[in-house]
Design a protein around this ligand. Structure first.
Ligand code: ADP
Ligand code: MG
Ligand code: MG
Length: 347
């Protein structure tokens, strides 16, 4: 009998539409490899209000790529009946409520194998402050940063100017202000002066209780894909280039604004260093299954700084993660097969 794969997609995050695209790519890969792998895909769609749908509704969303119109304020949490038949879960939800350990906790409780990192790895991987603490502990070089919390920004008007003074004393302009627990560059600002810093902190606080401020670097952006559990492997290194001020939401999701280069045109020794650092980062946050690790490469000095790890990276047909594996001799359908096998192995 074919193993029933619960493809969990959509979700309550800003990356809902990206998730639909990732799921569609995975579903077609599984259909393509059908005679090879013997999986049956059961799409399970989480609408923007948190309600789960399987059956015709979920199939239809994969086909049309149109999110379901729902009342977002009417959240009831419901499982469709098909859910109990699922033998392996493949959550492909990006950002909060999916990549952050919340869904992983639920799947862990269900005692069914699932693709990707567990609760700790997912939670560490989404929180830029926790992530950087783990990277520092592992001795991985990274930009200088400061952790800030919402109460320092909002609660007490006397604290805020002191906080900004402290940031200015610690980090030079330009610096980057980011909500700690998002992705896709949502809520991120590059700031060049005090006024922009104040506005950016206030804005970031509207997204998250935890905020990070980082020293800005001028660097090439390179990435590496990791696959496996206890003995993970690193892919060839890829590079992203663009003309925008930084790799913001618009640049990420507007066709033609960013170019992918696989493999990256960098010295072999630098690529080897990036691969080794990727595996260290994977272990540092206790990731499993898959992760994409992103770096800044400062060509002038040969320095490589780790930027972040993404435990459920974009997985559309044109995304970096599957493309870097394709360039490492793991084609898309085989990549999906291996991820499912790693989920079973880890259970
Ligand atoms: P996300 O998890 O949303 O992708 P990132 O931390 O990767 O957030 O930041 C998004 C983009 O912002 C990066 O790809 C890069 O272009 C730019 N960026 C972020 N931090 C820095 C930094 N410290 N110096 C220079 N550019 C940065
Ligand atoms: Mg990220
Ligand atoms: Mg990023």
């Amino acid at each position: 009998a074919r193993t029933k794969i619960g493809l969990l997609f959509g979700g309550c995050s800003g990356e809902h539409e990206v998730s639909i695209n990732s799921a569609k790519a995975i579903a077609s890969a599984l259909a393509q490899g059908d005679n090879l792998y013997h999986y049956e895909v059961i799409p399970v769609y989480i609408a923007k209000n948190g309600i789960w749908y399987a059956g015709d509704i979920a199939h239809n969303i994969l086909k049309t790529k149109q999110p379901l119109e729902v009342e977002t304020n009417q959240s009831r949490w419901q499982f469709p009946p098909l859910v109990s038949e699922i033998e392996v879960w493949f959550p492909i939800l990006h950002g909060p409520n999916g990549e952050d350990g919340t869904v992983q906790g639920l799947l862990q409780l269900m005692q069914v194998p699932y693709v990707g990192s567990g609760v700790l790895g997912s939670a560490m991987g989404i929180d830029k402050i926790a992530m950087k603490t783990a990277f520092a502990e592992a001795g991985l070089p990274q930009v200088k940063y400061m952790a800030v919390t919402r109460p320092q920004i909002w609660s007490n008007p006397c604290v805020f100017p002191k906080l900004c003074d402290e940031i200015e004393a610690t980090l030079d302009y330009p610096c980057f202000v980011k909500p700690a627990n998002l992705g896709s560059s949502v809520g991120i600002a590059k700031v060049r002066n005090r006024q922009e810093l104040e506005t950016a902190l206030d804005n970031a606080a509207s997204y998250d209780r935890r905020i990070i401020v980082e020293a800005g670097v001028v660097a090439r952006e390179v990435e590496c894909a990791v696959l496996g559990n206890d003995d993970p492997k690193a892919s060839v290194v890829g590079e992203i280039s663009f003309n925008s001020d930084f790799y913001d939401y618009e640049t990420k999701y507007t066709e033609g604004l960013a170019q992918l280069h696989i493999p990256a045109q960098i010295p072999d020794a630098i690529a080897a260093k990036i691969q080794a650092m990727s595996l260290q980062a994977f272990a540092a946050v206790d990731a499993a299954g898959l992760a994409r690790v992103d770096f800044f490469y400062i060509e002038a000095t040969g320095e490589v700084l780790i930027n972040e790890i993404n435990t459920l990276p974009g997985f559309t047909a044109t995304s970096m993660y599957p493309q870097m594996w394709a360039a490492t001799n793991v084609p898309f359908p085989e990549l999906v097969n291996r991820l499912i096998q790693f989920a079973i192995e880890r259970h």
